[in-house]
Design a protein around this ligand. Structure first.
Ligand SMILES: Cc1cc2nc3c(=O)[nH]c(=O)nc-3n(C[C@H](O)[C@H](O)[C@H](O)COP(=O)(O)OP(=O)(O)OC[C@H]3O[C@@H](n4cnc5c(N)ncnc54)[C@H](O)[C@@H]3O)c2cc1C
Length: 382
């Protein structure tokens, strides 16, 4: 009897769940074992952190048991991946167990590293995890006057537009609370653009100036002086704050470098079209774990979901003996909140960015996003 072929997905987040479910559907009649190895008993809809930081207490809405989100056709192994042996084709988990594969998909996301910026830990608040979002909620509810400084640390950061969204929603929150006149709001970012590196788009400039929000570009965050309540840039500039909101610097998982993968800050360098890893075409890398050297692919859940479609087609095609191989074209769709029930939709494809019009529709789509996220997106139906 021929042993079944094995696909291992490393990581049980947006990219891992989506690619595993898509593979499960495509290979439903094939004798292929699909296993997800991940260390998350629960899966979180991360944009929920934004709403929680601004007062939302309905936390249940934004998380589900991980197993519940995987098709019954797929095995979920709860374990910590510690390495991948590329030439012998096995994944190593804590405790020394080997899991052999014919195909591996690395979807292990990003690691938060507050220690990379001196003075950051314990001082900067953020909403990139639900615990931190709840902490920020407590600080914001008592913040009645002073400097609110919001910023983006050096790239790459998962969905950096979330900081722009936070700035505009915090403005709205403070207007509703009747304290906006006593609060100065500043948004800083490295480079020329808080969104997509082309310069601050005109619609965003207009919205920020209408709301009296100061923009500081080319500010590369180097250190936080807790004593002086100021942040310092690499070129010697500084900004005073009373409340500082910045996500921690991001890195890839340590097992990437430990296993000898070619990487940038532990994010694995990947072929931008095939999403395969260099000389090991049976290894694919998707989602926040991947590094795209062109810089034209955003780090986002939407990009991860498009990538999961390409990889599931490629793997199921190869296992089914098909020669057709779909390429990734840098696709992603970002819905960005602008406050006051407005938003904008931004599309990425072939290295180009297309912005839609500011509209009310996008706001509603994103606000109810967790429902379609859990019922369709991570289940591989989109
Ligand atoms: C506040 C916020 C708002 C956002 N808003 C949007 C938005 O509006 N639109 C959008 O498109 N994107 C948005 N994003 C980005 C989006 O959430 C991420 O890009 C997406 O979750 C990345 O998916 P991933 O699977 O690559 O990583 P993750 O979802 O982080 O999953 C990685 C998984 O791998 C597991 N893992 C890691 N290391 C190991 C290991 N060694 N062993 C075993 N398991 C491991 C983790 O536990 C986790 O389950 C937002 C993000 C944040 C933080």
């Amino acid at each position: 009897m021929v042993a079944p072929r094995r696909v291992i997905v490393i990581g049980d987040g947006t990219a891992g769940l989506s690619v595993a479910n898509k593979l499960g559907f495509r290979l439903q009649h094939s004798p292929v074992e699909i296993t997800v190895i991940g260390n998350s008993p629960r899966h979180y809809y991360k944009p929920g952190g934004l709403f929680i930081s601004l007062g939302d207490r309905d936390l249940k809405r934004y998380s589900k048991g991980t197993k519940f989100l995987l098709s019954s056709r797929i095995s979920h192994v709860r374990a910590e991946v510690t390495g991948i042996n590329q030439s012998e084709r096995y994944v190593l988990t804590k405790g020394g167990k080997r899991h052999t594969y014919d195909y591996a998909v690395i979807a292990s996301g990003a690691r938060y590293c507050p220690d990379k910026i001196p003075g950051f830990e314990g001082e900067a608040k953020h909403f990139y995890s639900f615990n931190h979002a709840l902490e920020l909620q407590r600080y914001l509810s008592k913040f009645n006057e002073g400097n609110l400084v919001v910023g983006i640390p050096d790239a790459p950061v998962s969905f950096s537009p979330a900081l722009v969204e936070f700035t505009l929603l915090a403005d709205e929150y403070m207007r509703t609370a009747g304290v906006r006149e006593k609060v100065q709001i500043t948004l800083f970012f490295p480079g020329k653009d808080p969104l997509y590196a082309g310069g601050v788009p005109s619609y965003l400039k207009a919205v920020l100036s209408e709301r009296d929000i100061e923009i500081v570009s080319d500010f590369s965050l180097n250190a936080v002086s807790q004593k002086n309540k100021e942040i310092l840039s690499g070129s010697g500039d500084s900004l005073k704050y009373d409340l500082l909101v910045v996500p921690p610097p991001h890195r890839g998982q340590t097992f990437a470098a430990d296993s000898g993968f070619d990487n940038f800050n532990d994010f694995i360098n990947v072929n931008e079209k095939s999403l395969q890893y260099k000389e090991f075409p049976e290894i694919f890398v998707i989602g926040d774990a991947a590094h795209f050297e062109s810089g034209s692919v955003p780090m986002s859940g939407s990009a991860a979901v498009f990538q999961s479609g390409v990889v599931s087609e490629r793997i199921s095609g190869e296992l089914g003996g098909l020669s057709f191989a779909k390429d990734y074209r840098g696709e992603a769709i970002h819905e960005i909140f602008l406050g006051d029930k407005r938003g904008i939709s931004v599309h990425f494809i072939d290295g180009k960015v297309q912005e839609g019009k500011v509209a009310e529709l996008d706001f509603h789509l994103k606000r109810v996003g967790s429902d379609s996220y859990f019922s369709k997106i991570v289940r591989g139906m989109m």
